[in-house]
Design a protein around this ligand. Structure first.
Ligand SMILES: NC(=O)c1ccc[n+]([C@@H]2O[C@H](COP(=O)([O-])OP(=O)(O)OC[C@H]3O[C@@H](n4cnc5c(N)ncnc54)[C@H](O)[C@@H]3O)[C@@H](O)[C@H]2O)c1
Ligand SMILES: [Zn+2]
Length: 614
């Protein structure tokens, strides 16, 4: 079997930075990040000029403060904090509920207090609720500790964007348009106090971000002073973004080891409050990789700090290479050096690599400390963060050294996926389709109709992730240690792993891409065996292909592996018993089963034909 790249990517250097609580483990051989780092030119200058001040986005509901703010923060390498989320986390209820239960004055007082506290955590990008800037004390606090940017939008634009939303308490009136106009009349003169104004309109969010960076870059001098109010852009409309809503919670029913999967946009901002509530007084080791650190560590750090949670940060090189003996050694040592005790927590902030690595470190250190999964790839949100499998790779193969160690909480921020490279998102989507194909034909139907919305973000994405997590949670609850049903989750994986291994794990062929091809092959093979109607196979293959996932050997880049190599790899796969092969086959869309007596000769003949047809 070809060796995984894990054994050549040696992790060999540890840098303890100026901040003694930040331990950066760098990969000496592949030091370059896999995704572009935040813009270090105009953005870098701006960050330098900001100092500890925050960029505070103000404006009406629907002006795009969260969606623009998140992207602005990613560009500047600063944390993004949504004041509304912080308020909800602090209150333990949604804003509509706070309004309903306690009234607006109560909410405004709490809002001012939370914003005052958040402003001490700069530099950051802070999005504030529409009414926040109306409070004179809040305006003064923002002027002292931040720079206010008003995202100004026309009434028609706002109305169109917020029409579909049911969570805006101030607009729950008989005539929302009139209410909105009254609010605009009342608020716009006050918003005009903001030092900067950028027009929110129908252009990509990144364009608005560019304008904010430009206008701030021009307006803030190097001494940190601010020149007179400035305006950019022309008024019109901007793309509709889903509103922040209460997160979806999926329960993983494992008795004493039961835990919640919390899924929603911007839930990362609630990490600190959730950790503090789950384990009062606990310290945490926050493990992430260098790519994710540049995009989302700031938000996690700010949230923990705001909740008073003391954290040591451990940053490893991105990529499968970190799931190695060297990687686990270094993470364990960093966690121990961070004085994490048995009642403290490890937090895995990243994709499946970080989840597997940090989870395994948590299983080992002090004979096991609890950990929280904060998955930031689609694959990790729907698959690897749920179920408690943790592992590193050995030179003999992937995931060969590991343990079952369930997390105590999974926090899946669907907005974190906005920064994921599209090919990574698509690869993760293969695992989403898998849940439909293996046991839920209705979900598959829904995906066929809604997949574009899932890719776009918003409620459909959250729904798809929640259904996937529910499916995985149900299977894990039935068969935690994979003695039976859990094997169904391997649909497409025996074929897929063989192609993945042949390409070199962690290499050009993404896991999800390999799984998509594997599922297409599993369906085709099932049809050949007379097990499944051809029409079902055709629908499965067509859907995967429509999203751009590979479904034929010919769809793979590079040279195809030979059948001997593939058969060797399949035989070495851990799903083999007494010379017969175990495959997950299908009887129909949504009806997979474990076939543990598959004839290797039939697989060889099938693969030979598929390889020839490429
Ligand atoms: N434990 C399990 O049950 C289980 C299940 C499936 C897969 N896995 C493991 O998961 C791993 C693959 O996970 P993966 O696909 O998430 O890979 P990954 O963790 O390597 O992430 C993929 C890439 O995306 C980057 N990234 C992560 N989040 C990002 C974000 N929000 N924005 C931009 N970039 C981001 C990462 O730095 C990395 O470069 C494999 O090691 C596999 O064995 C484990
Ligand atoms: Zn998989």
């Amino acid at each position: 079997m070809e060796k995984p790249r894990a054994d050549d990517a040696r992790l060999s250097r540890r840098v303890v930075c100026g901040n003694p609580r930040l331990i950066v483990i760098q990969n000496a051989i592949h030091p370059e990040p896999e995704t572009a780092p935040p813009d270090r030119t105009a953005a870098g200058t701006l960050v330098g000029r900001l100092g500890v001040r925050s960029i505070v986005l103000v404006g009406m509901m629907g002006a795009g403060k969260s969606s623009v703010g998140r992207r602005l923060a990613a560009r500047l390498g600063l944390p993004f904090v949504d004041a509304d989320n912080e308020i909800e986390a602090a209150a333990g209820m949604t804003i509509p509920d706070i309004f309903a239960k306690h009234g607006e004055p109560y909410f405004r007082t709490g809002e001012a207090r939370v914003i005052a506290r958040l402003l001490d955590g700069g530099p950051q990008v802070l999005a504030t609720g529409g009414g926040a800037f109306m409070n004179a004390e809040t305006r003064a606090a923002i002027a002292a500790k931040g720079v206010a940017v008003w995202l100004k939008a026309e009434a028609e634009t706002l109305l169109r964007r917020i029409k579909r939303r049911g969570d805006r308490p101030l607009l729950m009136t008989d005539d929302p348009a009139a209410t909105l106009r009254n609010l605009i009349e009342e608020r716009y003169p006050v918003y005009a106090d903001a030092r900067f104004t950028v027009h929110s309109r129908d252009v990509p969010h990144e364009k608005i971000v560019d304008e904010i960076i430009e206008v701030l870059g021009d307006g803030i001098d190097s001494a940190g002073g601010v020149s007179p109010p400035q305006t950019s852009g022309k008024p019109s409309a901007m793309t509709v973004q889903p509103s922040p809503r209460a997160p979806t919670v999926v329960d993983v029913a494992l008795g004493e080891r039961a835990y919640d999967i919390v899924i929603g946009r911007d839930v990362l901002a609630s990490l600190g409050a959730r950790v503090a509530a789950l384990r009062p007084g606990a310290r945490v080791a926050l493990v992430t990789d260098a790519n994710v650190a540049g995009l989302h560590l700031g938000t996690a750090r700010a949230s923990l700090a705001a909740a008073g949670v003391d954290a040591v940060e451990v940053v490893v090189a991105p990529g499968e290479g970190s799931k190695s003996w060297r990687g686990i050694e270094q993470v364990c040592e960093a966690v121990i050096a961070g004085r994490i005790e048995r009642r403290d927590l490890v937090i895995a902030l990243g994709g499946g690599v970080i989840g597997d690595l940090a989870g395994f470190a948590a299983a080992l250190v002090k004979r096991g400390v609890d950990y929280v999964q904060v998955p930031t790839t689609l694959l990790a949100q729907v698959d690897s963060s749920v179920g408690g499998k943790t592992a590193i790779d050995s030179p003999q193969g992937k995931n060969l050294i590991g343990s079952f160690h369930q997390p105590v909480l999974v926090l899946a921020d669907t907005a974190a996926l906005d920064t994921l490279p599209p090919e990574q998102f698509r690869a993760g989507y293969a695992e989403v389709v898998k849940y439909g194909l293996l046991g839920d034909a209705g979900f598959f139907d829904w995906l066929e109709a809604n997949w574009q919305e899932v890719f776009a973000g918003g409620p459909a994405r959250e729904h798809a992730i929640a259904v996937s997590c529910r499916a995985k949670a149900a299977i894990v609850a039935r068969d935690e240690r994979e003695t039976g049903d859990r094997a169904l989750l391997n649909l497409g994986h025996t074929f897929g792993h063989a192609f993945e291994a042949a390409a070199g794990f962690g290499g050009e062929l993404l896991h999800g891409d390999a799984v998509a091809l594997g599922m297409a092959l599993a369906f085709e093979f099932s049809v050949r065996q007379g097990l499944c109607p051809a029409a079902d196979m055709e629908r499965a293959v067509a859907h995967l292909a429509r999203t751009g996932l590979p479904v034929r050997v010919g769809d793979l880049a590079g040279e195809a592996p030979g059948v001997d190599l593939l058969m060797d790899l399949i035989a070495q796969d851990k799903k083999v018993k007494r010379g017969k092969l175990t495959f997950i086959l299908v009887r129909a869309l949504g009806d997979a089963f474990v076939a543990d007596d598959v004839d290797p000769a039939a697989i060889r003949a099938f693969l030979t034909e598929k390889l020839a047809a490429r």
